[in-house]
Design a protein around this ligand. Sequence first.
Ligand SMILES: NC(=O)c1ccc[n+]([C@@H]2O[C@H](COP(=O)([O-])OP(=O)(O)OC[C@H]3O[C@@H](n4cnc5c(N)ncnc54)[C@H](OP(=O)(O)O)[C@@H]3O)[C@@H](O)[C@H]2O)c1
Length: 248
Amino acid sequence: MKRLENRIALVTGASRGIGFAIAQAFAAEGATVLMNARDPEVLEQRAAELRQQYDAAVECLPYNVSQADAVKTAFAGIFQRHRRLDVLVNNAGILREGLLGMIPRDLIEDTVQTNIVGPLLHLQEAARLMGRKQSGSIINMSSIMGRYGSKGLTVYAASKAAIIGMTVAAAKELAPKSIRVNAVAPGFIATDMSRNIPEAVFEERVRSIGMGRVGEPSEVAQSVVFLASDESRYVTGQVLGVDGSMTI
Ligand SMILES: NC(=O)c1ccc[n+]([C@@H]2O[C@H](COP(=O)([O-])OP(=O)(O)OC[C@H]3O[C@@H](n4cnc5c(N)ncnc54)[C@H](OP(=O)(O)O)[C@@H]3O)[C@@H](O)[C@H]2O)c1
């Protein structure tokens, strides 16, 4: 028996990187995967790969996670087609660096909208839909930056700390409905986001990892599968680090 058989799972930011790896792992575990990202063409290409590779049921939901109307429409569609949602992964996120004195206003606005407002809107809608069945698992993508920070990442770190706050608060509120809310805090994972930094900084970060290497998106995805599945049915309000020892 696959671990996510008969589950309907929405993954935001699923067109590449960690989100795509999660969609892939969910498809392999038998879930119906609802993939979100902004670019409809890229999303459709990635969905086609999963359908072919796993013979999986995959749907594309292209929208910007921070636009309230789009989120509402997406959830109305999910209810119409499936009548329920079993798993939500709030994965979509952006990282823009800037030293404190030089942070433009739009960097703050964009980061807050994508990394905080988007996940909150999804959390609200998912809580309503999962509440009908009195079950569900929500996984929010934080980061080690949310606890430990780094020079030039004040805004990003603040957004990832907010993810931890919303996770524990929502976990308390939703526990009586058997809806679990957990967070994953990856360290340094090989995706476009982490590659997009100066080589010297990249090397320095790798040196700070006890395991001596960057993590693979699939390694984060396996932790998300655990939190999405019944294997973690008594686990809620937790932040699971996936960082190769960066934080110990
Ligand atoms: N990579 C790391 O080392 C690392 C470490 C810790 C935490 N994380 C977190 O893990 C998550 C995924 O990171 P990643 O490295 O996989 O990033 P990535 O490779 O840059 O992928 C980001 C994904 O999010 C989508 N996205 C971005 N803004 C969006 C929006 N407003 N609405 C909908 N989709 C949006 C992107 O697609 P479109 O651009 O087409 O919309 C893409 O699918 C993020 O929350 C990140 O903060 C990453």
